[in-house]
Design a protein around this ligand. Structure first.
Ligand SMILES: Nc1ncnc2c1ncn2[C@@H]1O[C@H](COP(=O)(O)OP(=O)(O)O)[C@@H](O)[C@H]1O
Ligand SMILES: [Mg+2]
Length: 335
């Protein structure tokens, strides 16, 4: 084929009898694409300063909410940020980033990310799906090939941070990423304070160790719900919380009071972190605004940049940055 980047035939061989067969040609092109991808993956190690994987043992604990929140919080600090959403079964990052219904933009064989809120670059498996309602059943090799392509063939440009959101549990996806992407700083494990989620997050910690990716720490999501109310100044109010617990608060001089209710349990994330000797990165409040934001495409951090949730995210980001500073990016190397 004229202009083919790979040729086994050189002029000194004399004329090729028949040229490569179509099958050989395809194999050569595949090998060339694979080589280019591997080189691109290696250069990503340098062009993307920090790479953070976000995992959870269990679905529905808010992993995508946390991934997008971390990305947006980092972008608020003025960093160049990207999100890679690898969850094929429930890729809802585009929705949370206001990019629902987008398609991938491919130019000269390179995939260009979409730009969501605060300029965050987004690549998602959702961009490959025809509609949201069709369940995706991808065979393992196709899925893993797509992930490698999403790492090697995406034109991220220079980024300070890449946040990678995964499907829940100990699937093949994190392994593929850990083997393909050099210098991963580490993984953040998201849990809720319930026993079932905590149990699963313990599995994730063991899994992280088997991937040889450092664990940056545990984030407890849906940690407590803060009620705000008003009563005459100085009044003591009593609120019946979940689990039969009574909470009391006193209205301040302006007549405002607030009470934080633990909807599940208290302090499970911190206890799990302590049990495994890994850092506790902080707690994020239960905030119905996250659900609305997930549905209408405006993340809480964008709609309320000064609010309690944004402040909590900024604290978690600071804890992660402190860990990255300490661990110094001891990820896997491509060999
Ligand atoms: N801190 C929170 N407060 C309230 N709702 C939340 C919070 N975090 C996540 N959610 C909601 O929980 C649901 C699951 O969150 P999601 O991020 O999709 O979880 P996962 O990616 O772990 O499956 C979503 O409807 C989301 O809006
Ligand atoms: Mg998710």
């Amino acid at each position: 084929m004229a202009g083919s980047p790979v040729s086994t035939h050189t002029p000194s061989d004399g004329p090729a009898p028949d040229g490569p067969s179509a099958q050989e040609q395809r194999q050569m092109e595949q090998a060339y694409a694979q080589m280019k991808r591997k080189m691109a993956m290696q250069s990503l190690g340098k062009r993307i300063k920090h790479k953070i994987m976000v995992l959870s043992g269990k679905g529905g604990v808010g992993k995508s909410t946390v991934s997008t929140g971390l990305a947006l919080s980092l972008a608020q600090q003025g960093h160049k940020v990207g999100i890679l959403d690898i969850d094929i079964t429930g890729p809802n990052v585009p929705k949370m980033m206001g990019l629902d219904g987008r398609r991938l933009h491919v130019e000269e064989g390179r995939i260009h990310p979409a730009q969501g809120h605060l300029g965050v670059k987004v690549i998602s498996m959702a961009f490959l799906l025809d509609d949201d309602d069709t369940p995706v059943v991808w065979r393992g090799p196709i899925k893993l090939g797509a992930i490698q392509q999403f790492i090697g063939d995406v034109e991220w440009g220079d980024l300070d941070y890449l946040v990678i959101d995964f499907p829940p549990g100990t699937s093949d996806e994190p392994l593929t990423v850990a083997q393909s992407l050099p210098d991963i700083d580490g993984m953040v494990i998201v849990t809720t304070p319930q026993d079932v989620a905590l149990l699963d997050s313990r599995k994730s910690i063991g899994f992280a160790e088997s991937l040889k990716v450092p664990v940056l720490g545990v984030v407890e999501n849906m940690s407590g719900y803060t009620l705000h109310g008003r009563a005459p100044a100085g009044t003591e109010v009593q609120i019946a919380g979940p689990g039969g617990r009574t909470h009391s608060a006193t209205a301040d001089g302006d007549g405002a009071f607030q009470v934080t209710l633990d909807l599940f349990k208290q302090g499970g994330g911190a206890a799990t972190a302590e049990e495994f000797g890994i850092p506790f990165l902080g707690a994020l409040p239960f905030d119905p605004g996250f659900v609305r934001g997930g549905d209408d495409g405006v993340h809480r951090i964008v709609s309320d940049p000064e609010g309690a949730a944004s402040v909590a995210f900024a604290d978690v980001v600071a804890a992660i940055q402190a860990q990255i500073g300490q661990s110094g990016g001891t990820g896997l190397e491509i060999v």
